[in-house]
Design a protein around this ligand. Structure first.
Ligand SMILES: [Zn+2]
Length: 296
């Protein structure tokens, strides 16, 4: 599932390629992905100029138009969502390659197929494609109102990336209850943007067991955890995201962070630091991997 670094990778790519484009048409091919809006509402976006592409946690916010005609297209990539921009002269591809996870994916910009739910064309001949084979992704439309009027956005805690570490440690402690470190990291109302990959990697970087009850972790170790979260997310962004299965950036290219993981997806393999066999168990209802020697 795309987490903060993957969504940030899509955001920066779309911002570079889409800002300034004027939408000519917006076609919804599968209305099931829409939430609180209709295909007709989206068709009404024709003529709007893309002003900015922003991100809030795992949500992409495509800012359109200006003044009273301002609106925001909100996209959540769900499990397998891909949001790509194809310029007018860019060819599509049907070449497949094998990922480290064993999955095969196409290389480069994907053409429109049965999994493409939304196609927005621009006056310059470019197109924004939202493709999502498993259909857990969602598209919402906000009018000229504050983002907080959207319940999905208003309930999110502060963004987990580039937050002040001391403030982050305080937030974690204040909201932890009797829950495990992993459960608190996955709770989007506490800190927003972390999912299974970056929760496990952050715990490893901080040398903390993910199943440890957070209230029992010392203040000093929580400060280390907060700094580790930032570093791990930062590395994910620099590596253009983790492409374990479906994730691609806005140009259809995969990221490289999957080659740089310490624990996620490595159950049973030797720890990259101490060579101890990595352990796996279900923590906070998610498959969780940790090193029994490095993490206490
Ligand atoms: Zn180890």
């Amino acid at each position: 599932m795309p987490e903060l670094p993957e969504v940030e990778t899509v955001r920066s790519g779309l911002a570079e390629r889409m800002v300034g484009e004027v939408l000519e048409s917006v076609e919804v091919r599968h209305p099931g992905v829409l939430e609180g809006c209709t295909a007709r509402d989206l068709a009404g976006l024709a003529g709007s100029r893309v002003a900015a592409v922003e991100r809030r946690a795992k949500y992409l916010l495509i800012r359109l138009g200006d003044g009273d005609r301002r609106s925001t297209l909100v996209v959540h990539l769900g499990m397998t969502g891909q949001l790509t921009w194809k310029a007018a002269d860019e060819p599509t591809t049907d070449v497949f390659k094998r990922l480290v996870s064993g999955y095969r994916k196409s290389v480069g910009a994907h053409g429109v197929d049965s999994h493409t739910h939304l196609v927005a064309k621009s006056e310059s001949g470019g197109s924004l494609l939202f493709r999502d084979p498993r259909r857990f992704g969602r598209v919402l439309l906000l009018g000229a109102v504050a983002d907080e009027s959207c319940p999905r956005l208003s309930r999110l805690g502060p963004d987990a990336w580039r937050a002040d570490p001391a403030a982050m440690a305080s937030i974690l402690l204040a909201r932890c209850g009797r829950r495990s470190v992993k459960a608190v990291l996955l709770d989007q109302t506490v800190l927003a943007g972390i999912g299974n990959i970056y929760a496990d990697e952050s715990c490893f970087a901080a040398k903390i067991r993910p199943d440890r009850i957070l209230s029992g972790v010392s203040r000093a170790r929580l400060a280390v955890l907060a700094r580790s979260i930032d570093r791990v997310l930062d590395k994910g962004v620099r590596n253009a995201g983790t492409s374990f299965r479906d994730f691609v950036g806005s140009d259809g290219e995969e990221g490289s962070n999957q080659e740089d993981l310490f624990v996620y997806g490595r159950a049973g393999l030797p720890c990259r630091v101490c060579r101890t066999r990595l352990r796996v168990a279900t923590v906070a209802q998610r498959t969780t991997v940790w090193c029994p020697r490095c993490q206490t």
